[in-house]
Design a binder for this molecule. Structure first.
Ligand SMILES: [Fe+2]
Length: 135
């Protein structure tokens, strides 16, 4: 399971609730993947991972609107980080896996959570500081 930590909190309600939702969706996928009682689970796992990516894009657009609102001075580089991440994830062909499905899907989930938590702690916290400084 991917653990949500208090240090991920930005103090901005909508951002925090969307970040938490990303963890929730990733954990749904994780649990299903780890459940040996379920057969033929891969289509469902892929479906949830796609849902995760859709929600992530939705979250990025919310965040980018917020950054425009506060006139964030590093908006362009922040947005390009989002774009690169989505591009990378979208390029992994989830439906075209035969060997080591478990491992492949788990790698994607791990990559997702590692990137998003690192991004929150460094890049997102940077706009939080910016936002607090202009208040
Ligand atoms: Fe971000």
């Amino acid at each position: 399971m991917f653990e949500w930590k208090r240090e991920y909190e930005t103090g901005i309600e909508i951002i925090d609730s969307q970040h938490k939702e990303l963890f929730k969706i990733a954990n749904r996928s994780y649990k299903l993947l780890k459940n040996d009682m379920v057969t033929d689970k891969y289509d469902r796992v892929v479906e949830i991972i796609n849902e995760l990516l859709d929600y992530c894009e939705y979250h990025f657009s919310t965040e980018e609107k917020f950054l425009i609102d506060i006139k964030y001075n590093k908006f362009i580089s922040h947005k390009s980080q989002h774009e690169e991440f989505i591009k990378k994830l979208r390029s992994s062909n989830l439906n075209d896996i035969d060997d080591n499905q478990d491992e492949y899907l788990m790698d994607i989930l791990n990559f997702f959570i590692k990137w998003i938590s690192g991004h929150i702690l460094s890049k997102d916290m940077d706009y939080v500081r910016f936002n607090n400084s202009i208040k």
